[in-house]
Design a protein around this ligand. Sequence first.
Ligand code: RNT
Ligand code: ZN
Length: 417
Amino acid sequence: MTIKERYEDAKVMYAGVGVDVDKAMEDAGKIAVSMHCWQGDDVTGFDRKGPLSGGIQTTGNYPYRARTPQELFEDIEKVLSFVPGKHHKLNLHASYAIFDEGEWADRNKLEPRHFAKWVELAKKNNLGLDFNPTLFSHPLAEEATLSSENEEIRKFWIEHCVASIRISEYLATETGQPCLMNIWIPDGFKDIPADRKGPRARLKDSLDQIIATPYDHSKVYIAVESKVFGIGMESMTVGSHEFYMNYAAKNNLLCLLDTGHFHPTENVADKLSSMLLFNDKMALHVSRPVRWDSDHVVLFNDDLRELAEEIVRNGADRIFIGMDYFDASINRVSAWTNGMRNMEKALLYAELTPNKEMADLQEKRNFTKLMSLREEVKTLPFGAVWDYYCEKNGVPTENEWFADCEKYEKDVLAKRV
Ligand code: RNT
Ligand code: ZN
């Protein structure tokens, strides 16, 4: 049986539960996913030599990490060749600035032109671009950044964020698509703080100064990313969820929810409908926390499926979806690809769910039938639709891409010594 024939069969079975497979594929294909640039080099970046800091870590010693912009670009293009969907974006960090030979600029002096090579890559591959100021992996980020009690350090990071707004505007102008600029800071305390209000008041003031910068609100959407704890910040983070949710609401910014940044039993999927009743738009970092915010590669699991279902039910066009995981213990191109393909799979799976019929059953309080329908859907031939979707998008099917990835390791990665 060909992929097409298996798909035709699947189509009939999905029609049995009232799902139009062609429409589902069309809708899934419209959803943009922003691929993080930092899986390819273990969040190292190009602007300095030091270690990754700020309470986030990559673990593992798999060889062949991308060490130069050229290598990272090569790997990104390889991953993109494995991912279906035509409306994707690339998510950059300020630390991935690309300087001319002999040139260097500190974070507060970064300029749009330092990202010109990224713009070239985006245009070549028809990608939008998102941006993140980098408030970690820097000598001035060792203690605190936007909440620092040291006014000079605080000023440095405010300047960095303002510079990032200029860069984000440039990225949006060049690509013709809005740019999400997401602020995450590693500020917090290892042990019980005596003053929680002071640092938070300073963070508030810093953000006030940053967003006072005039910028084109149709081009740049500023988001703030909260976190419940970090390594070395176990007792308190300055940028907590309540802090940012209130700040964003009052100042018309976006809240970014990272799926690894809540208490482990909290259901992040549940949060979307509440956020979107009070906000026009929101943003996500899709990650897989294994007992803590470990940033494991995103898998096609229940958490991801439920998240995708909520994305689809609440309107994917209102949500900036970004990926955030980094694994250095396995081939990075495969890690990257699996996470991206799994996000795509989950979105297609969500589009193939009889959402309307299930909602109607809930409305009628027919929980008996709702449970049975939900279980029935789980054994429908999703794989047949997914393979056809890949084929239609001109990317390898589930059993094809890995062989190509292994070949890439042998032909390209293994030569990186
Ligand atoms: C850290 C945050 C943040 C980073 C990236 C690299 O806990 O999730 O989003 O992972 O900016
Ligand atoms: Zn994140």
